[in-house]
Design a protein around this ligand. Structure first.
Ligand code: TRP
Length: 332
């Protein structure tokens, strides 16, 4: 491992099927980071259980997500790919950090406020402490940069505050991480309400495309995408539906909106939609094939997550020992 490379850490929860938003907005960009940075990409199963999970589904999705990382082009030899629960230091560091965090700052997290509102009187305590676990994830690896979407910037800010506080209370221990905003950060919006982010938890199935949706489903969902009555293909905020469709092509092909627009002079929404569907299919079909073949080779996958856990455990345990020592625990 090259010590001079900056460290990147990111993770996705295996709590639902991935949408093309997760793929184009996150995973596809991670692929570009692997040569320049020392990357840790985690399947955060400990985070996923802050909402009740069906055990069999959690198992399937955890392996599926790992297979998706690899199929998307994240090289398991260049990067550290691992499953969060395979590194016990995450849970332990989270406890230590919980004892250095305040109820007030956790209660201010907008994601907590939104999610807990829907839980009535049965708010899971882990949901409240979730950002502290996320801070542990990041801080255990001396992370310099964290690629996250807008919805996670508040959690990252909190991780920085907790790190700073620990450093001030004891002595310098943690690197203070920064957000990494990719140059062409693709934010994919709902196909039905294009001013809202595409989300797998949307009630309307037509509003999102799943990474593992078959071609006929992709064609159907794209053809039903909401546009507008203007009828001309433009890239403006007045036409958010059309803009979103153009963004999908841009994200897949690595093009600028102007370059895509050139192809639609004198053409209508039907052509644009058909191109979006076919562009998606040609990107996703080979990916889906690879995911299938990786999942069918259990030993290959096991080998990857075991090696990943070994590398991650080594680094995480070093940081954890430092934390324990500074707090005043007796070394064993
Ligand atoms: N909370 C993140 C999300 O839901 C997932 C996550 C957990 C994460 N730990 C992390 C992201 C550490 C970046 C770094 O999207």
């Amino acid at each position: 491992m090259d010590d001079k490379k900056k460290v990147i850490f990111s993770g996705i929860q295996p709590s639902g099927e991935l949408t093309i938003g997760n793929y184009l907005g996150a995973i596809k960009n991670w692929v570009k980071l692997q040569d320049q940075y020392d990357c840790f990409f985690c399947v955060v199963d400990l985070h996923a259980i802050t909402v009740r999970q069906v055990p069999a589904d959690l198992r399937r999705r955890t392996l599926e997500l790992l297979a998706i990382y690899i199929a998307a082009g994240i090289d398991p030899d260049k990067n550290t790919l691992f499953i969060q629960s395979h590194v016990p230091a995450h849970s332990e560091a989270a406890w230590l950090l919980n004892c250095n965090s305040y109820m007030g700052e956790l209660g201010r997290m907008t994601q907590y406020k939104d999610k807990s509102q829907k839980m009535g009187d049965s708010i899971i305590a882990g949901l409240f402490n979730y950002p502290v676990l996320m801070a542990a994830d990041i801080l255990l690896y001396n992370t310099d940069l964290v690629p996250v979407g807008k919805d996670q910037t508040q959690h990252l800010e909190l991780a920085r505050d907790i790190a700073q506080r620990f450093n001030n209370t004891y002595s310098p221990t943690f690197v203070i991480p920064e957000g990494y905003i990719p140059e062409e950060g693709a934010k994919i919006m709902s196909l039905q309400e294009p001013t809202k982010k595409m989300s797998k938890s949307d009630d309307n199935q037509n509003s999102f495309i799943l990474l593992l949706d078959p071609p006929e489903v992709i064609r159907k969902k794209v053809s039903r995408a909401v546009t507008d009555g203007i009828g001309v293909v433009n890239y403006t905020d007045e036409q958010p539906g059309v803009k979103n469709l153009i963004n999908i092509i841009c994200a897949i092909k690595g093009l600028k909106p102007e370059e895509v627009l050139e192809n639609y002079k004198g053409k209508g929404y039907a052509e644009l939609k058909s191109d979006v569907a076919e562009t998606l299919i040609s990107e996703l079909a080979p990916l889906q094939e690879k995911v299938k073949s990786i999942l069918s080779d259990k030993t290959y996958l096991e080998d990857i997550y075991r090696k990943g856990a070994d590398k991650a455990n080594y680094i995480a345990n070093k940081t954890l020992r430092k934390m324990q020592k500074k707090i005043g625990f007796i070394p064993r």
